[in-house]
Design a protein around this ligand. Structure first.
Ligand SMILES: Nc1ncnc2c1ncn2[C@@H]1O[C@H](COP(=O)(O)OP(=O)(O)OP(=O)(O)O)[C@@H](O)[C@H]1O
Length: 219
């Protein structure tokens, strides 16, 4: 039987003495695209931060390939690409320089050239323009160009469609489907409806604790 890449077991997370979610069980298999849904403030970004190991403030277990994530954090991080809520692009640098830095960190594991990655995200001709001259959508595209460069098997994407136009959204969905078909997995948050048929949806509202008091208790 295929082993999950990531498994969450009875995950519980509290912030400011409020439980955001509890009893969260999830198996993320190779080939999965998982959309984390729920209203503002329900804990989607918080969950992604747990999945990127940026935060370790939780109860329950996160497993990577069947073993506790905390015991093999470096191996996991080598296989993870995280594109956060903010584009994470240095505005003083050009798109080429930003991606040069990214590829330097991931030495020798680049899947294509920086020029072709920028062309894929529609930034042909903008390679050497300082990023502070780019639009919000173009900045997001610089960040998303990393998806073409990285060999990472796990993609964690926080609101990747923000500021992206309709054609860009379709391209990004196709790229995610391709990545999943190649045995990778994608976990993402978005408030947009996705047109991909194979996306698995997890609504965090379903893991919000029920109030201990019901209306009938009030006299
Ligand atoms: N570092 C922190 N310290 C304390 N509380 C936090 C921290 N980060 C987030 N929170 C709180 O946790 C809750 C969940 O925040 P989170 O950003 O995960 O929500 P979200 O579901 O991603 O929301 P949105 O859809 O608005 O992006 C919020 O009430 C927020 O105030």
């Amino acid at each position: 039987m295929t082993q999950p890449l990531i498994e969450l077991q009875a995950l519980r997370c509290e912030r400011d003495e409020r439980v955001l979610f509890e009893n969260l069980d999830l198996k993320v298999m190779p080939g999965d695209v998982v959309q984390i849904e729920g209203p503002n403030g329900c804990g989607k970004t918080t969950l992604l931060r747990l999945l990127t190991t940026t935060s370790t403030d939780y109860e329950g277990q996160i497993l990577w390939c069947g073993a506790p994530l905390k015991d093999q954090r470096l191996d996991y991080l080598n296989k993870l690409l995280y594109v956060g809520h903010l584009p994470g692009v240095k505005k003083a640098l050009t798109p080429r320089e930003n991606l040069d830095w990214f590829c330097g960190v991931n030495q020798g594991h680049q899947r294509c050239t920086i020029e072709s990655a920028l062309e894929e995200v529609g930034l042909f001709g903008f390679e050497d323009v300082p990023c502070h001259h780019l639009s919000a959508g173009q900045l997001r595209r610089v960040a998303l160009a990393r998806l073409f460069l990285t060999p990472a098997r796990v993609w964690v994407l926080d609101e990747p469609f923000t500021a992206i136009d309709k054609q860009g959204v379709r391209n990004l969905e196709n790229l995610m489907a391709e990545h999943a078909a190649g045995g990778g997995c994608v976990l993402l948050t978005t408030h947009q409806d996705m047109s991909m048929s194979a996306v698995r949806k997890i609504n965090l509202e379903e893991f919000k604790p029920q109030s201990e008091w019901s209306a009938g208790d009030i006299v």
